[in-house]
Design a protein around this ligand. Sequence first.
Ligand SMILES: [Zn+2]
Length: 369
Amino acid sequence: MQADEVLEKGDFACPYNSALLPKLVLCLSQLPHNIAPCSMLPKKGGYAYPAINVTSLPTINGALRAFSESKSDGIIQVSTGGGEFASGTSVKDAAFGAIILAEACHLLAEKYNVLIALHTDHCHPEKVDSFLKPLLEASRKRIAEGKGPLFQSHMFDGSVVDLKENLAISKGLLKECAELGIILEVEAGCVGGEEDGHDTSGLPIEKLYTTPKDMVEVYEALQPIGRFLFAATFGNVHGSYKPGAVKLKPSILRDGQKAVMDKHGAAAEMDLVFHGGSGTSESDLRETLDYGVVKMNIDTDTQYAFTRPIVTHMCQNIEGVLKIDGEVGEKKSYDPRSYLKKAEISLCERMKIACNDLRSTGQTIFGKF
Ligand SMILES: [Zn+2]
């Protein structure tokens, strides 16, 4: 079955195909009241979509509120660790937890006047069978029921294997995704640091920079098959670092795009993803938008924003949240809702900053189709 056939038949069908608008990128949440699932690629120097990692209802609600108050479309994403967490400490099934979070997002997003795309974060080769495959199956099932796919996009992170093997696996997965109208994000080069239990902090420095040759190879392997996003690396590191510790070279992206466009024409400019952007200066960040970054992942900064007010709450209500010296504490202080609401709102405020940084504020296309 061809991708176009699927896109024309389902009720999630995008009214614009790539022949009409060559720069369509994200098929956003296909919800009953906003079946206008495609958004145009933010143009050069335009804006990028913030992509926030969620793990729970409070983080989903904080993200949705931020996108809505910013009038920004955006991406909500789930990592393998996030999925496992959401399934509970007893079940510990990453794919199952991701399905639960995604279904919650589909329902909750209906309450907001912005478009939300659902995505899964880094999936390494050894987790394809236990994570990506069941999620693709869940999308297949939804499509058979006349709904849209569960996730609009998935990431396969083959940066741990050599580029040849990475692209061989990516091609197979992209074919499967394209048949379901799903985008595949790939990575070549490697993001440094530690995230979700995956630690690359010992890697040689040159691995942190994708070469122009790699970028051409990725383009030529994937472009004929379907839509993809490319996490090319330019010194990015997961996690939080003191200013100056991370040496970003956004020009790597410019040079790689130029190599691809010199060989295949201006339309070949790829849609890039920025990982490990915590602590990036505004000028570096804005520069990446000029070189084709359309999605930036946000996790560390919102994790901190979520936890920060909980710390204050505990410190200010220490006698209420603990039962000390035969006392009984204070129910309204240790009720988890009391501090999780503060956490949700703080995460929301941090996400609104991300929308401003990426210039997505006010850019929603909700209701414009
Ligand atoms: Zn990442």
